[in-house]
Design a protein around this ligand. Structure first.
Ligand SMILES: Nc1ncnc2c1ncn2[C@@H]1O[C@H](COP(=O)(O)OP(=O)(O)OP(=O)(O)O)[C@@H](O)[C@H]1O
Ligand SMILES: [Mg+2]
Length: 459
């Protein structure tokens, strides 16, 4: 690699800080400085920076928003946020806006800062090499439809690349509704040596027990009422390729037995026949049900469960990989502006913050639908908070069941963090809302709504 100095952008509105940092860092970095977000953006669009070090408090737009904007560039810099005071809430917010690291200014030592920059840079170079290698492979094999750069998503994709080449290894894909299970199943097939053969999908929940059995294994003429013709089943149709059994948690006891036998012997009989048939298929299954629970409850065979989960891929819910939200939102924005023939170029930082903070109980599917709606509603070339606000309402209070409780936790902490941020800003501004809004970098209108939502009117 060439020995040029890494490009570093320092954004701070206080001259002494700016100059102090420059003096301390300029022999190792090619240092540029900006005193506010606008100046920083101009530089970021013109040059390619490796690292941006920005203060949280900036005159017009705060450091987090700047980071969110910088991260939407095609080659984003590593972003490190500095704040005057260290606090949990700011840290949470910083990471959500896409910051790679976070430093409390008061306690900051130059050598620690340098160490952090170096560490971040090392991560990025490695990461960059991986990205370009991966992009070559992905476009060759059709993984490019799968969006996600968050750590949990990267490990999912690594696992996909790793298991796909095995010809017969059975794969079980787990995850909440809308997390992308079907997309993963397709990717595995496409990356496998079976890619040129068919991938056949069966949605197990859509069929009654009798129909499912004959759909899968085929039937002989007259084997049951309505079976007028001899029909080959999906197992035979998928011969040489892959069979994707979606919603596997829904299959009845007798189909479970037949499937278990197939996984052991690779043979079965058509319904109404005693002739044994073989098929060479790879079985991929998926479910949003908790199979372990079902095994415990006796509704799913334990032996079948173990056969299916030779390789298990767990897709994390979107709220556990919020850094993927901007990437996904951007991709869906392009998709739907094309489809609707509208020129919607970007999502405003405020709108993106709403999207990133929301808990997405319907996961990627829900986000995709929200962006489609926002594109349709959008009047200008930029998606605003007004275009998305109806899609990011918190779930109804009093909603019960597993979905509610599992989304509840994550949402609470985000909400708490935001609430506390607002409370503090209001206190610091002695109740002056315009000033408080400025401090947080929110529009006055948004702050007003949030004060109402959080019932902070009396502060
Ligand atoms: N990582 C991703 N990148 C791009 N699009 C995605 C991603 N994950 C999911 N999607 C999109 O989200 C939608 C839902 O995905 P998919 O149908 O694969 O989910 P699922 O887990 O099978 O859901 P369900 O359990 O409800 O069947 C699809 O439109 C899919 O293209
Ligand atoms: Mg599905």
């Amino acid at each position: 690699m060439a020995m040029t100095k890494p490009m570093l952008l320092i954004v701070d509105d206080e001259k002494p800080t700016r100059e102090g940092l420059r003096a301390a860092l300029e022999d190792r970095y090619d240092v540029y400085i900006a005193e506010d977000a606008a100046a920083a953006m101009t530089l970021l669009e013109r040059e390619r920076f490796d690292v941006m070090l920005t203060d949280f408090r900036l005159p017009n737009e705060d450091g987090m928003k700047l980071i969110a904007r910088a991260k939407s560039l095609s080659k984003p810099p590593i972003c490190i946020l500095m704040t005057a005071y260290g606090s949990e809430e700011v840290a949470v917010q910083a990471m959500k806006s896409g910051a790679d690291d976070y430093l409390a200014k008061g306690r900051m030592q130059i050598d620690e800062l340098e160490m952090r920059i170096a560490r971040a840079l090392k991560g990025q170079t490695l990461e960059e090499e991986n990205v370009s290698l991966r992009q070559q492979l992905d476009s060759k094999f059709g993984l490019e439809n799968l969006i996600g750069e968050s750590a949990p998503m990267r490990s999912v994709l690594d696992k996909v690349r790793q298991v796909a080449p095995a010809r017969a290894a059975t794969v079980l894909i787990l995850g909440e509704s809308g997390t992308g299970k079907e997309l993963i199943a397709k990717a595995i097939h496409q990356l496998s040596p079976r890619a040129k053969q068919p991938m056949v999908t069966v949605h197990c929940a859509a069929l009654s027990a009798t129909l499912l059995e004959s759909e899968l294994f085929g039937h002989e003429r007259g084997s049951f009422t309505g079976a007028h013709e001899r029909r080959i089943g999906r197992f035979e149709e998928a011969n040489g390729g892959s069979l994707f059994l979606d919603e596997i948690g829904e299959i009845d006891a007798s189909t479970q037995v037949k499937l278990l036998r197939f996984l052991g012997e690779r043979t079965f009989e058509r319904v109404g026949s005693n002739k044994t048939v073989t098929s060479d298929v790879r079985i991929i299954t998926a479910t949003n049900k908790n199979l372990t629970e079902m095994v415990r409850a006796g509704t799913f065979r334990e032996d079948l469960y173990f056969r299916l989960k030779v390789v298990e891929i767990k897709l994390p819910p979107l709220r556990e990989r919020r850094s993927d939200v901007p990437l996904l939102a951007g991709a869906f924005l392009r998709e739907f502006s094309r489809e609707n023939q509208k020129v919607v170029k970007s999502i405003s930082p405020e709108a993106m913050a709403l999207l990133t903070n929301y808990s997405w109980p319907g996961n990627v599917r829900e986000l995709r639908a929200a962006i489609e709606g926002a594109v349709v509603l959008c009047r200008g070339d930029r998606v605003t908070p007004e275009d998305v606000q109806d899609y990011v309402r918190p779930p109804e209070l009093g909603m019960s069941g597993p979905a509610a409780s599992s989304t509840g936790g994550a949402f609470e902490t985000v909400k708490d963090a935001e609430r506390q941020l607002i409370v503090r800003a209001l206190k610091e501004a002695e109740g002056n809302r315009t000033m408080a809004a400025k401090r947080i970098g929110m529009s006055r209108r948004t702050l007003h709504r949030k004060i109402h939502d959080y019932q902070l009117e009396n502060l």
